[in-house]
Design a protein around this ligand. Structure first.
Ligand SMILES: *Cc1c(COP(=O)(O)O)cnc(C)c1O
Length: 388
């Protein structure tokens, strides 16, 4: 496996002493997750949401598996094209677009866009005439660990009007869709959203959308309670689609992000300092909010932790990052327990960390580098490579 295009030319070969922290990414687990979702959602096109983990090796693997891609920027467009994705399999899912975004997408042959506002429909009509457009509905994201909280989506009435506007402006007003909120733990969220989409379709009668975007949100296991698996979500989706199938049979597609990559990643970090402060034990790591653990904000995602080589009695800790920023505390409320004999230099592993970590790392806050990814190739005889 060579150095991928677009990657720093000075990427170092892996040595026994990999830098800490780093993300260990297992490509076989990405392939397994993709095939599991394929099997759970037969006949449903899967558009990988690139932002979850845009690593070139992940994109190349998913291209080879036949995946499509959901992208949000020119940078993600370039990454998909470099990985060999067909423009016909690319869908611009971000309703917030610049003119230059639409022009670049069109120049690259992207013809499918999501929209949710009149000005964006007008932009698409002007810059991408004839494009295939889907309207994103605002749906309740209760049950999501990381909700969108009203940032995106049209009401049902607005969606009907937007599709009418798109049609009148010469766009192919083909779709309706939603995103139920990321790390959505309630399969019924898809049922409620599909029902909302069906109400929009019913309002449009002969112009009912022929595509249904089921979005992302499929959850992955973390600490703090059980998570439905993809089969549970798929069963809810199938039942909801079946209830409307007598009069509406749209072509469904989905945009899974975290569900395809989270379980493939282990973030390996190191203890820097252990200290007692006001009766609590603080453990400071060499990774924090700014090196990829952005989803600990508000303690939304509580990762499962492992401490290889330290198996003794555990006690509660406040877990903090290494920077001089007061917000760089990972968990102070969550019930996080680590071995009492944990000491500087010990390894702490974050499981299920393949999604929304490396792509969230800052470029150099406090002089700390972004989280490097070590890709574990699928064939053991190949050596890995360190990539930023
Ligand atoms: C982020 C995003 C996704 C992926 O969400 P997950 O919760 O990671 O599955 C899908 N669609 C859109 C439009 C997104 O912005």
């Amino acid at each position: 496996m060579g150095v991928e295009p677009g990657i720093r030319a000075d990427a170092r070969p892996v040595t026994a002493d990999r830098p800490s922290p780093h993300l260990d990414l297992d490509l076989a687990a990405v392939r397994h997750a993709y095939r599991t979702m394929r099997n759970a959602l037969p006949g449903i096109e899967l558009c990988y949401a690139v932002k979850a983990n845009p690593h070139p090796a992940v994109l190349a693997l998913l291209v080879a598996e036949g995946a499509s891609f959901d992208l949000a920027s020119i940078g993600e467009l370039d990454l998909c094209l470099l990985a060999g994705a067909r423009p016909a399999g690319l869908s611009w899912g971000n309703p917030v677009k610049k003119i230059t975004d639409v022009r670049a997408a069109r120049a690259a042959g992207v013809t499918r866009f999501t929209t949710d506002a009149p000005a964006d429909v007008a932009l698409l009509a002007r810059e991408a005439p004839g494009a295939v457009v889907g309207v994103r509905l605002a749906v309740g994201d209760d049950g999501a660990a990381t909700p969108f909280a009203g940032k995106f989506g049209a009401s049902e009435d607005e969606a009907v009007a937007l599709l009418g506007q798109a049609r009148a402006a010469g766009l192919d007003a083909a779709g309706v869709g939603f995103h139920v909120g990321s790390q959505q733990r309630d399969p019924q969220a898809w049922v409620r959203a599909i029902d909302a989409a069906a109400r929009v379709a019913a309002c449009l009668g002969e112009h009912a959308p022929r595509e249904l975007n089921l979005g992302g949100g499929f959850p992955t296991p973390h600490a703090g309670g059980p998570t439905p698996d993809v089969d549970a979500c798929a069963a809810a989706i199938r039942d909801a689609l079946a209830r409307h199938a007598a009069w509406w049979r749209p072509r469904p597609f989905a945009e899974p992000g975290r569900a395809l990559v989270a379980d493939a990643g282990v973030l390996r970090a190191e203890v820097v300092l252990v200290a007692e402060r006001a009766g609590r034990r603080w453990v400071y790591l060499d990774v924090g909010r700014y090196q990829g653990l952005a989803e600990t904000e508000g303690e939304m995602i509580v990762y499962r932790l492992r401490t290889p080589g330290r198996g003794g009695e555990a006690g509660p800790v406040v877990l903090a990052g290494p920077t001089c920023d007061g917000d760089d505390v990972l968990y102070r409320h969550a019930d996080v327990r680590l071995p009492l004999d944990l000491a500087p230099g010990d390894v702490v592993e974050f499981l299920g960390a393949g999604a929304y970590t490396s792509s969230y790392a800052s470029v150099g806050f406090n002089g700390l580098p972004p989280l490097p990814t070590h890709v574990r190739p699928e064939t053991p005889e190949e050596g890995g490579i360190d990539l930023h």
